[in-house]
Write a protein that binds this ligand. Structure first.
Ligand code: HEC
Length: 148
């Protein structure tokens, strides 16, 4: 979990650099999906600051959870044929194992819904548990389908 959180913080601090890098990438599906994943990572990083580092905005947890779920709902057709051409970290398996990708995506959306549900209450323990499960689902897909 620590590793995931660290990776997320790293992802958020490198956003400015990544912005200029992605300006060079012109494959629309690559630019779009990387942008959407950054949105998810931003919300997860903000939640981490509230849940574990004491940032005083507990009422925003629901907003961030909704943000993660909403980002999943706005991924569109993220991996169309030809979207392996360009600066992508997607493994080739993402185009040859559609059922497994779908399963990973479904698991993640289920976790995002549970995170939204947890943040509508005031039970911090439940939110922490749902947040960790969410992170595990992000990681499960990255382990299978994202290059290091
Ligand atoms: C269904 C699989 C899948 C799920 C679920 C998933 N990811 Fe990813 N993610 C990928 C793949 C594949 C890439 C590489 C995309 C590329 O480079 O074209 C990626 C890339 C990223 C990136 C790097 C984007 C960039 O700037 O290049 C971040 C950050 C990220 N994901 C965060 C998350 C977070 C946070 C979650 C969970 C809330 C998540 N991902 C869920 C597959 C997934």
């Amino acid at each position: 979990m620590k590793k995931i959180v660290f990776a997320m913080v790293l992802a958020s601090v490198t956003t400015v650099g990544a912005w200029s890098a992605s300006a060079e990438e012109t494959n629309p599906a690559i630019v779009h999906r990387q942008g959407i994943y950054k949105i998810m990572a931003g919300h997860m990083t903000a939640m981490k600051s509230i849940l574990f580092l004491g940032f005083a905005a507990p009422a925003d947890l629901n907003f961030h959870a909704q943000g993660v779920l909403s980002a999943f709902e706005h991924m569109g057709n993220s991996y169309p044929p030809g979207s392996d051409k360009g600066e992508t970290k997607a493994k080739p398996e993402i185009w040859t194992q559609p059922d497994k990708v779908k399963q990973r995506a479904t698991d993640a959306v289920t976790a995002a819904k549970a995170l939204v549900a947890a943040t509508t209450g005031t039970d911090k323990g439940a939110t922490v548990a749902a947040f960790k499960t969410m992170g595990e689902k992000c990681k499960a897909c990255h382990d299978d389908f994202r290059k290091e």
